[in-house]
Design a protein around this ligand. Structure first.
Ligand SMILES: *Cc1c(COP(=O)(O)O)cnc(C)c1O
Length: 397
């Protein structure tokens, strides 16, 4: 008999009832260090006092009005985001895929609005992830995402990650945009080298193509920069963010330059809930905390510490750890043992991590962790490595 909850997830047999900073408490009262942060969502940890205060205050005042009316919280948050980024304008959504849908529609509309409607195709990369709607699974194109769902929406040209020749060959006079995650998340924490991101920018400029970044996982301070592309010193025309921006409240945004957004006039796009007063109260609080002096420096500092300690474990367990990679507190441990087994072994010693493709375990802690949390995590990863090494030795006999 089918479960009342549609069984599309293979869930861990674990359930939480309380969170405090980077800690989660399960229904048995056991305490876990949450280095998955709800898949890079709880960027400020759980129950951050500033976010709780914002939610409670707004919760008593006004939740929702619809976008038929001006929403001051949207104007505040859009102003904050445009002040600190390449963007001139922002559309608020409830999720990452909705942010990416807006990016896709905007890129296509730009060219038709500017008299070149045959330019509507978007070049995307193998191993990418942009969400679970039909358009976003078609954009990523992986068999695991698309199998069984019939004919996919057209207009996406997939090229292998890192294949410059294939990329050049994919650009035609029908290309509207190139869309890429500056650091692939689900694909296994694969950063795009900075010179390649800059190369994409040049290629787009040379061909009159828009550059779209999916920073849903790598954005919002995760890499130690507010947006990952800042590390490469090049900006997109359009960008999707989500996950961390809501700190756990469902919120996303499509950010764009004035030029790229020129086709998105009244009536071209919308959302019933997107950017409602409740979401904006939390989003504003998250961005206020993230843009305070020292916040991003702290992320880089913790990232340096984590990276150094993980390198130590790699030396200690060469048969378990293949590679440590990533940017800031978006780290991937590529394993020589099964990643799902590793996630379980870490969970047994009270550390939560997240698996990804390419046999990677993702380390995505809240961004405001301290050195003590790093210590706890490293001790747990050390123990998990020990268990996995022993298991591999038994299996080899
Ligand atoms: C999570 C994610 C999405 C989809 O976000 P949802 O909120 O699940 O729709 C899109 N792109 C990237 C890079 C992501 O990590």
């Amino acid at each position: 008999m089918i479960a009342p909850v549609l069984p599309t997830y293979a869930r861990a047999p674990l359930s939480f009832e309380k969170g405090e900073g980077p800690w989660l408490f399960d229904t048995n009262g056991d305490k876990y260090l949450d280095f998955g942060a709800g898949i890079a969502v709880c960027a400020l940890g759980h129950a951050h006092p500033r976010l709780v205060e914002a939610l409670e205050t707004q919760g008593r005042r006004l939740w929702h009005t619809s976008n038929l009316y001006a929403i001051p919280g949207q104007e505040d948050l859009a102003r904050k985001l445009t002040d600190v980024s390449f963007a001139d304008t922002v559309f608020f959504t409830n999720s990452g895929l909705e942010a990416m849908e807006c990016c896709i529609k905007m890129a296509r509309k730009f060219h038709s609005h500017n008299g070149d409607p045959k330019r509507w195709r978007i070049v995307t990369f193998e191993g990418s992830f942009h969400g679970r709607s039909l358009a976003t699974i078609a954009a990523a194109g992986g068999e695991k995402l698309t199998a069984g769902f019939g004919e996919m929406p057209g207009g996406f040209d997939h090229v292998p990650f890192g294949d410059h020749e294939a990329l050049k060959a994919a650009i035609t006079d029908e290309t509207a945009a190139i869309m890429i995650e500056p650091v692939q998340g689900e694909g296994g924490i694969r950063p795009v080298p900075p010179q390649c991101l800059r190369g994409l920018r040049e290629m787009c400029d040379a061909h009159g193509i828009l550059l779209v970044f999916d920073e849903i996982q790598c954005g919002m301070g995760r890499t130690g920069a507010l947006f990952a592309h800042e590390l490469a010193g090049c900006a997109p025309d359009i960008m999707g963010v989500a996950k961390g921006i809501g700190g756990g409240f469902p919120l996303g945004a499509c950010m764009a330059t004035e030029r790229a957004a020129s086709g998105m006039t009244a009536g071209t796009h919308g959302s019933t809930y997107g950017g409602n007063p409740l979401a904006m109260a939390v989003g504003n609080a998250v961005v206020d905390v993230m843009t305070e002096d020292g916040f991003l420096n702290h992320v880089s500092e913790m990232a340096g510490l984590m990276r150094q300690r993980l390198a130590g474990l790699q030396d200690q367990f060469p048969d378990v750890i293949e590679e440590v990679r990533g940017e800031g507190l978006m780290l991937g441990i590529r394993l020589k043992v099964p990643n799902t087994g590793f996630v379980e072994a870490a969970r047994a010693v009270k550390l939560l991590t997240v698996p990804a493709a390419d046999n990677v375990v993702r380390i995505l802690p809240p961004l405001n962790i301290t050195a003590e949390h790093v210590d706890f995590a490293i001790t747990a990863i050390d123990a998990a490595c020990g268990v996995m090494q022993a298991n591999a030795a038994v299996a080899a006999k």
